[in-house]
Design a protein around this ligand. Sequence first.
Ligand code: AMP
Length: 112
Amino acid sequence: MSDCLFCKIAAGEIPSNKVYEDEVCYAFHDIAPQAPTHFLVIPKTHIGSVSEVTADNSGVVAHIFTVIARLSKELGLESYRVVSNIGEQAGQSVFHLHFHVLSGRDMTWPPG
Ligand code: AMP
């Protein structure tokens, strides 16, 4: 998608602090970290949010979760939270599917 911030980051057109990359997904540190560890994992193809996941593109999501599990082990994260906000009321500000991975501090439930 031509005017999508995260499409541009995945394509390397806008700089980011890369954590991991493969053919399917891209992981990078959040610019405004909400925990000592806070990175985002995004698909390279444009999907607007979880609400646009279908049987046809769900393999991308499964792949992203295998990457999150592997990266978290490699980074030594013993406890972490994976969050995806869907829609403005839930806090979504970038309309390209992304999973926040947060770790390194106590977290509360329910989230605010
Ligand atoms: P959300 O608000 O759930 O849509 O998450 C979007 C996230 O993207 C926020 O945590 C922002 O801090 C983060 N963000 C926005 N622009 C950038 C950027 N250029 N590089 C890294 N993270 C960004």
